[in-house]
Structure formats: structure tokens, C-alpha cells
Design a protein around this ligand. Structure first.
Ligand SMILES: [Zn+2]
Length: 373
């Protein structure tokens, strides 16, 4: 009843980049099915994608498709092996690229488990949950659109077939579109250029604002602003930076962790702000959590020290053990820092102040670089 011959259709949860730009040709520049069973897309920065799911009908498997603004240079279809039967690049109308994943009949996919998440302004990932990874063959195609200008003058790095996005070029470009106020790199510790990789994880994002405090101060805004600045500071010291998000998108915790773990990063730093209740403005303070001791503790202590040095008057809640998912599941030294309380009378006005956030970013970058030194 109510299910038409086309099968059940639904719009999947989609992480939407807020700063949508006008559709233009060839926003999809590369795609891949990774070995661990995820669809990875690379697009022009700041576009809106929509993902759909359709249940299998008689003799046909389920399909998932993603609509990307901009027509493809060419349409094509690729046979796959295993659970995935075919991947097609189509053109449902002159302004849209449609990437279709067609699965073998009998493949079970739960649309509630499928989420296309933006991992950066130009990166997208969908874990094909429910399909055993061994039944997924690697597949991929890079440089979908070789037309000049599609990448604002930059040539898209070629995706090796089915490989992950790699190459140091690729890495450093991730946080690039973040120009804001110029930052001072004076006094930042010096580390060997090109030697270290750091993952910066601004907590929450998109529909999840994190904690909301005095004057409507939102955790997501604070941590994204600080995170982007930390990235630029580290990059200025020749550190390769990967961000789990660079805009207001919703990224689940597991993709944040898998991004970090698959990247070979030396350090993972998750940025958050605390909250208690609006009735407790008296509670303030900075704390930095680590899961395992040793190097994570050293990193936590280094960052905590630097933030406290620029936060007089707020309590030092210390470097302390914690069990947050992102620090428990990451394999490199990792910490989660709560840079103050958005509900605190001392911390909130500071966290709301762009100048203080600039200093916070310098403190965090300082803490990371001192640790790497
Ligand atoms: Zn948080």
C-alpha cells in the first residue's frame, strides 16, 4: 500500500554546506569506493549535494544516488564486482550530475544508516553500512572535469582508482579556503617543515550547535573559528593539517575518528567549549582530556598550559583523563580540550570575542607545536 512500482524512495540525511554557490559545470571532480566500503566524493568547495535511496524491486537491487550541481563532462557507467553492480555518472537534466550506485539484487541497505557527510568544504563521504566490506571492490575515477576554472585555477589531484585521497598536496589544501583575519605567527615554536600531520576536530557543527550559552553564544561557532585559525597557524609552520570539518556541517563521530586513523596523523586535537547551566555563570574553567596517558597526557598538558597562560582568572581544571569517543578511538596521541564555559560569566564574553579567539588559536597551536618539538 502506498509503495509504487518505483519502490520506496527517500531523501537521505545530507550534510549541507551553508555557503552554497551557484551551480556550475562539473562540480564533481573525483569519486571513489574505498576498500573499507565508503563512497568518497570530491567536489568544488561549497556546493550542495542531495543523496537518495531507492529500495530494490523485482530482479533489481537497491540503489543510492547523489545529485551534484553542474553537468558532467561525459556520462558513463562502470561495471563493478561484489555487492556493488554498477556505478553510473548520469545527467538527469542539463544542470546536474547524478552518481548512481547500483547494488546487486538481494543486497540489504538500511537508509537510516546511510549518511552523506561533508568532511571538508570539498569532501564527502558515505559509509555503505550493511554491506560487508569484503564484498565491496575498490573503484574510482578522478579528474571528472578537466575544464579550466572548475577548481579555481588549481588542478584536481588525481584519485588513484579506489585509493584514498592521498598525497601531501592534497593534505595541505584541506584547510586552505579559510582566509580570515591575518594571523601572527610570531613566537610560534618552529618544527621541521613537512614532517608532521595534525588533525584538528572542531566539535559539533551544522544542525548540532553543541552547547549554547550566554547571549546565544554557540559552541560550534567558537570551535570552528578557533579550529580554522589553529590550522592556518600550524600550516604556516609547515605542518600538514587535516580538519574533520571546515564549515557548518554535521559530521558524525565515527567519520571523524576514521579520518584521523586513516590519515597517519601524529596528533589529534578535538576542540570544544563547555556548558553547565544558564543558572551557573559562576562555573568557569579550562580543561583538556586525554584517554591514555603517556604522550596523550603530554599533549594535553602542553595545550592546557598554553590556554591557561592567556586565560587569567578562569579556573585551571587541568589535563585530566576522559572517555570521549574521539579520543578513545583515535590511535595517535589525542586530546579533547574544553576551552571555557559558554555559560560562564568569565569565559563566555571571552569566547564571544574574536580577538580572544585569535589568542586562543595561538595558544592551541603553541601547545601542539611545543609538544611536537
Ligand atoms: Zn562539545
Amino acid at each position: 500500500m502506498g509503495i509504487r512500482s518505483t519502490g520506496l524512495r527517500c531523501l537521505l540525511a545530507v550534510a549541507v554546506v551553508l555557503s552554497a554557490t551557484a551551480a556550475r559545470a562539473g562540480a564533481l571532480s573525483a569519486w571513489a569506493i574505498s576498500r573499507d566500503g565508503a563512497l568518497e566524493l570530491r567536489t568544488s568547495p561549497g556546493v550542495r549535494l542531495q543523496a537518495y535511496f531507492e529500495e530494490g524491486a523485482a530482479g533489481r537491487g537497491p540503489r543510492v544516488w547523489v545529485d551534484i550541481p553542474g553537468a558532467p563532462l561525459r556520462t558513463r557507467s562502470l561495471r563493478a564486482t561484489g555487492a556493488l553492480q554498477e556505478v553510473r555518472i548520469g545527467k538527469p537534466d542539463p544542470y546536474t550530475t547524478r552518481l548512481v550506485l547500483e547494488f546487486q539484487p538481494g543486497t540489504r541497505l538500511d537508509p537510516r544508516q546511510l549518511r552523506l557527510v561533508g568532511t571538508a568544504r570539498d569532501r564527502w563521504r558515505m559509509e555503505l553500512r550493511g554491506v560487508p566490506a569484503r564484498r565491496i571492490a575498490q573503484l574510482g575515477e578522478g579528474d571528472m572535469d578537466a575544464s579550466p576554472g572548475a577548481w579555481s585555477g588549481r588542478t584536481a589531484a588525481r584519485l588513484p582508482a579506489g585509493g584514498r585521497y592521498g598525497g601531501s598536496d592534497d593534505w595541505s589544501s584541506r584547510g586552505r579556503s579559510t582566509a580570515r583575519t591575518p594571523l601572527s605567527t610570531q613566537g610560534l615554536p618552529v618544527v621541521p617543515r613537512g614532517r608532521f600531520r595534525v588533525v584538528i576536530d572542531p566539535g559539533h557543527g551544522g544542525p548540532d550547535p553543541g552547547a549554547v550559552g550566554i547571549g546565544g553564544l554557540r559552541e560550534t561557532d567558537v570551535v570552528l573559528d578557533v579550529g580554522l585559525q589553529v590550522a592556518r597557524l600550524l600550516q604556516s609552520r609547515g605542518v600538514q593539517v587535516l580538519m574533520t570539518r571546515t564549515s557548518e556541517v554535521d559530521v558524525d563521530l565515527p567519520p571523524r575518528v576514521s579520518l584521523a586513523n586513516s590519515s597517519g596523523a601524529h596528533v589529534f586535537v578535538s576542540l570544544h567549549a563547555n556548558a553547565l547551566s544558564m543558572d551557573r555563570p559562576d562555573v568557569n574553567g579550562v580543561e583538556t582530556f586525554y584517554f591514555s596517558g603517556g604522550r596523550s597526557f603530554e599533549l594535553a598538558r602542553s595545550i592546557q598550559e598554553q590556554i591557561m597562560a592567556i586565560s587569567p582568572g578562569t579556573p585551571d581544571r587541568g589535563a585530566r583523563p576522559g572517555r570521549f569517543y574521539v579520543i578513545r578511538r583515535t590511535v595517535m596521541p589525542s586530546v579533547l580540550t574544553e576551552m571555557g564555559f559558554v555559560t560562564g560569566e568569565i569565559d563566555a564574553p571571552r569566547l564571544a570575542d574574536p580577538e580572544f579567539r585569535r589568542r586562543l588559536a595561538q595558544a592551541v597551536a603553541n601547545g601542539i607545536l611545543s609538544y611536537l618539538q
